[in-house]
Design a protein around this ligand. Structure first.
Ligand code: 5GP
Length: 113
């Protein structure tokens, strides 16, 4: 397991507001939300960033998007949300364990992140 904060959350070493878990990923509420809904979907496999994903990760990456879809519906934002993956320092990534942000609940054109 990676030594990032997300690796520690996945292993249970540090707590988080977990809203979903399956054998491949977890989803937690972001500790510093940028919108009324701000959830992070985090694979248990510790891929540092999207640009390091390989063909072996194909099924996992598809799974993560389907979890995003399911959670967006559960969170009541299915009609309007964003999925963001920050890649690398230049892309604004701060935790080097791949994760997808689900951002929603804002009025379109407001609360942009
Ligand atoms: P990045 O900038 O890497 O794409 O996003 C990292 C995100 O993780 C940020 O939105 C930040 O607020 C969130 N984050 C960092 N540490 C923690 C934590 O310990 N718990 C939770 N729930 N979110 C965290």
């Amino acid at each position: 397991m990676s030594d990032t904060i997300f690796g520690k959350i996945i292993s249970g070493e540090i707590p988080a507001d977990k809203i979903y878990e399956d054998e491949h990923c977890i989803a937690i509420n972001d500790v510093n939300p940028q919108a009324p809904v701000h959830v992070l979907v985090i694979p248990k496999r510790a891929i540092p960033k999207l640009s390091e994903a390989t063909g072996d990760d194909q099924a996992l990456l598809g799974h993560l998007l389907l979890v995003v879809k399911k959670l967006a519906a559960q969170l009541g934002v299915a009609e309007g949300f964003r999925v963001i993956i920050n890649n690398g320092k230049g892309g604004g990534q701060t935790v080097f364990h791949l994760h997808l942000h689900i951002i929603g609940g804002f009025k379109m054109g407001e609360g942009m992140v």
